[in-house]
Design a protein around this ligand. Structure first.
Ligand code: APR
Length: 313
């Protein structure tokens, strides 16, 4: 059986890290694609990882290209093409800049890899994945956005630190848009199977939820240049793995809603089941009135950006 092919459009910080992680996991052959202006950069990153494969027990092939034709035959396409945030910028500040980039990439995917499962990472995430699905015309079960996996992982990290337990035993759930309005769900967190409300007050949880909503910005400020890349990369590879290995993993991601949560035609962070058919199911979590109100507010923020995309494309 031929190896799977993973195309990474955008060979920057997240793209390069994803290539390494995919190789370490022997997930499939990898092609890193970037714009011609970057010259040898995608090839250089691919070659760098290729040369170290014997010490990571990997036998996948890695290539680099500045031609979208390299997308051909890709089973999964992960898109980071675009500009990252700088200190003082919100994700929404990238809307105008990244909208055109996504349109170009969507057209290339439509032409060269229309059967692929597409994961968008470019910010502002919910609007860019909406734009990707709209411009590529791919079915919505094959186009999702990476946000919830990362936001939930960040929340799990903060909960584990607070309780002094292993993060491996903490499962968390963050819904809504990938921005200030994201919603951390108190009763959905479990610690070794124990519901969080038995271990932590709602007030303490609210503090951690607030840090989660600002976690991307916290890293932007520390880095001084660019935004988080290690955990976004590992989160996206986790999602690709669910599809490629038909794992039917349950995680939160930006998926197109078709009436679920009372929302139609918009991308927003919700729990989904991902397997060989892409998004196989959208799961509806029972929310408290307070959570429902916060989720609806977040949906409004996603809608505002999606409306902007509609008005400008
Ligand atoms: N096609 C392909 N690649 C492109 C295109 C395009 N049309 N436009 C830009 N790129 C490339 C850039 O040349 C750059 O190498 O996308 C890459 C982005 O990499 P970085 O600037 O290092 O950004 P990164 O940290 O990887 O984040 C990428 O993900 O989390 C989001 O907010 C973040 O939108 C940003 C994206």
């Amino acid at each position: 059986m031929a190896r799977k092919k993973i195309a990474l459009v955008g060979a920057g910080q997240i793209g390069g890290t994803m290539a390494l992680v995919a190789a370490q996991k022997n997930l499939g052959d990898v092609v890193l694609i970037d714009i011609p202006m970057t010259q040898g950069m995608p090839k250089g990153k691919a070659l760098d990882i290729m040369e170290g494969r014997s010490v990571i027990n990997s036998s996948v092939d890695l290539q680099g290209s500045t031609d979208y034709a390299a997308l051909k035959g890709a089973d999964v396409v992960i898109v980071t093409a675009g500009f990252p945030r700088m200190p003082g910028m919100s994700r929404d500040d990238l809307l105008e800049k990244n909208c055109g980039v996504i349109k170009t990439v969507a057209e290339a995917i439509k032409e060269h890899a229309p059967e692929a499962f597409v994961i968008v990472i470019t910010n502002p995430l919910d609007a860019m994945v909406y734009n990707m699905q709209k411009q590529s015309g791919l079915p919505s079960n094959k186009v999702i956005g990476m946000a919830g996996v990362l936001d939930s992982a960040r929340l799990a990290c903060f909960v584990a630190d607070e309780l002094g337990v292993s993060v491996e035993d903490v499962k968390a759930l963050v819904l809504g848009g990938h921005g200030d309005t994201m919603v951390s769900i108190y009763e959905s967190v479990s610690v070794g199977g124990i519901p969080l409300p038995q271990l932590m007050t709602k007030e303490k949880f609210a503090e951690l939820a607030k840090r989660t909503a600002g976690a991307g910005g916290e890293i932007v400020n520390l880095l001084g240049r660019g935004s988080a890349f290690y955990s976004p990369a590992t989160s996206a590879i986790h999602m690709a793995e669910a599809y490629l290995l038909d794992k039917k993993n349950v995680f939160s991601c930006a998926a197109k809603l078709n009436g679920e949560y009372g929302v139609k035609g918009l991308y927003c962070g919700v729990p989904v089941v991902v397997g060989a058919n892409g998004v196989e199911k959208i799961l509806e979590v029972k929310l408290t009135e307070e959570e429902k109100a916060a989720f609806n507010k977040s949906v409004e923020a996603c809608k505002k950006n999606a409306d902007w995309v509609d008005a400008h494309t």
